[in-house]
Design a protein around this ligand. Sequence first.
Ligand code: C2E
Ligand code: MG
Ligand code: MG
Ligand code: MG
Length: 288
Amino acid sequence: HAAEHSGGMPVVHDERLDAAARDRFALAKELRDGLTRLELELHYQPKIDLYSGTLFGVEALVRWRHPQRGLVRPDEFIPIAEATGLVVPLTEQVLDGAVQQARLWLAQGSRVPVAVNISPACLLTDGFVERLRDRLDRHGLPCELLRLEITETALVTDPERAIAVLHTLTALGIRLSLDDFGTGYSSMSYLRRLPADELKIDRSFVTGLGRDGGRDDILVSAMVQLGHSLGLFVVAEGVEDAETADALAALGCDVGQGYWWSRPVPAAELHPWLPRPLPAPVQSQLPG
Ligand code: C2E
Ligand code: MG
Ligand code: MG
Ligand code: MG
């Protein structure tokens, strides 16, 4: 029962809360095993240049192929990974997979910039930049083909160090995105201080385009102009229909991402979106 009485004071005992806590605990243990058994998979979602309709890049999104629970979405296990510190080895695996995939595409003749989501805690881990540089070296991937998506919560614990790390990354040629822009509490100061070259407007604003008397249209338009004034590419996430894609293009937004073009899919299914490999050089056949 929900409440018992002891000496007149109600002792709240919520069994649902217990169940949730037990579930999280179990999931944390299973995630630890899952990491060693390599149960993580990467899916990739295209980012489309709204002007040309061609591929701007892809975002790697992690899934967990759980032996009993099936394919688990990141929203269900990233928070647990963050709370238990497992997010550090998890991110190492994700980066490995994404870098290898980008290198494979390159070997096949397609330059595909790959974006990886980075949890704040990872950024501040000792040796993060060095390990990342080694990984790019080892796989022979040009730094500019890797992009890291960061949310502003990355700045909360230790802004000075986080910003220093981000500057080291961009000095190497790695690109940065401000993810979920507009949802945090300090977007403006974040924008001023981070060496990013891409701003991703959060899905919550994009979904509201063309509705509710145009409030979201005004906000998205302002974010596009702000991003452009600062020299950033502006990406809209969560584009689900043609009307939204058209509205974004009309507002001058550079790039769209969403189910309208493709859900996140395994690398093999991304094929239709990949840039055509450059043709092998042909012998010149000048007359005379
Ligand atoms: P995010 O980085 O903002 O990624 C976008 C999310 O929106 C993805 O959810 C994507 O599948 C979903 N999405 C894309 N297009 C549409 C659309 O048209 N409509 C709707 N309704 N949703 C769309 P997903 O894959 O479940 O990932 C959720 C979040 O989990 C991501 O949000 C990111 O913050 C986090 N995440 C994913 N992969 C990783 C990872 O490898 N490491 C870390 N640290 N976090 C990750
Ligand atoms: Mg992202
Ligand atoms: Mg996002
Ligand atoms: Mg999001």
